[in-house]
Write a protein that binds this ligand. Sequence first.
Ligand code: NDP
Length: 452
Amino acid sequence: MDYVASLMEEVVAKNPAEPEFHQAVQEVAESLTLVFDKHPEYRSARILERIIEPERVVMFRVPWMGDQGDVHVNRGFRVKMNSAIGPYKGGLRFHPSVNLGILKFLAFEQVFKNSLTTLPMGGGKGGSDFDPKGKSDAEVMRFCQSFMTELHDHIGPNTDVPAGDIGVGGREIGYLFGQYKRLANEFTGVLTGKGLNWGGSLIRPEATGYGAVYFAREMMATKDDTLFGKTCLVSGSGNVAQYAVEKLIELGAKPVTLSDSGGYIYDEEGIDRAKLDFVMELKNVRRGRISEYADNYPGTVYTAADASLDHNPLWAHNADCAFPCATQNEINGVDATNLLDNGVRVISEGANMPTSADGVTQFVEAGVLFAPGKAANAGGVAVSGLEMAQNSMRYAWTREEVDLKLQRIMADIHGACVSASERFGSPGNYVNGANIAGFLKVADSMMDQGLV
Ligand code: NDP
């Protein structure tokens, strides 16, 4: 049996019922065979096998009370995947679909992503099966306080620094930070994504979406092309999607779609600044549904999500570029075929692992510009790293300074992917490039630090 098959047999047996984790490991393992052929020392030190096994997992009960005195119990997690190059770093996700397997896939991806940023951050991820949707601010606060009461013993500015992810934005980070400060009796940079008045960084909210667009710009520059005038499909309507659209508008592209779990809107005229402001108010303040966009802008088509379809019609419109910014496996094999058939030649993943394995294979074989999430969406954690640096200095950089650093980091990640893919015999393959470049720094650090 070849290396990947035997590794996967062990991974599946040891981590049953965790399909997203298997998918993430398989993709990385396939890329790394190119490295192991040239560097058997990594294989004999069983570096990948060690990266696959979390250094530690914390799982805990989160009891909280609803507004009517109703009692709820959720499950909380923190997966501490790898600390070879720095303290654990990665977001918290609050969504009913959260389970250990999903957080392990996200933490595993985070290890490589954080390595790519060039900043000293290890990989971790956490969260809960709590659903913030439909909850009052007071309920969200009580949940966050209960969650942090358990988590605070396991995190710290030099140990593990969580941030936001799906369902965890500025409001939740505020409540989590408040409770941490109260319990630890210290004001410290234990979370990123903080408010500007209390230790946050300018550009952090924008960073993931902007970064995914900057990465697309870098890829297109290799073909002497730009985003100007390009029609773009964007999914999601949360943090990443909103700022991807903002940057696309700024660069003269035409974003035409946005979605949430209820369905998607298609605005043939394009989403402009005023329409994006409406979406930001709708999603961040009123916490409403994307269908309201179509009520407000006649001429826009709203299509409700239909689980009986074998594809998502959002990905079946004619376009030049696609920015999946919602969730994992939102582009399946049929969607990938539709995208390619309808002219898409650039895919930059704002979300984590939004493309199924079958879809990834189609993009790579078609030779289009395909940026995997661990490279394309690394801008978020990169600016989180910059937030940590500013906290340590007790100093804040300007918006322009942070944005320039973000652009430089995205260009460096792009360069690292290109050079690793060329060095290991698969030029133009950003999947191999990202996996290999991310792996090498972590692997060499683990070799230096002995068998721990
Ligand atoms: P938000 O919670 O702000 O927004 C998520 C969006 O995706 C919402 O529109 C949500 O719709 C939609 N969505 C979530 N789950 C599903 C689902 N199962 N089916 C359909 N739609 C869904 O999250 P973010 O924008 O922060 O995160 C989006 C993606 O980007 C995730 O994959 C995340 O891991 C990744 N990411 C985020 C980073 C960050 O800095 N925030 C950094 C790097 C990656 P609804 O509201 O209806 O659920």
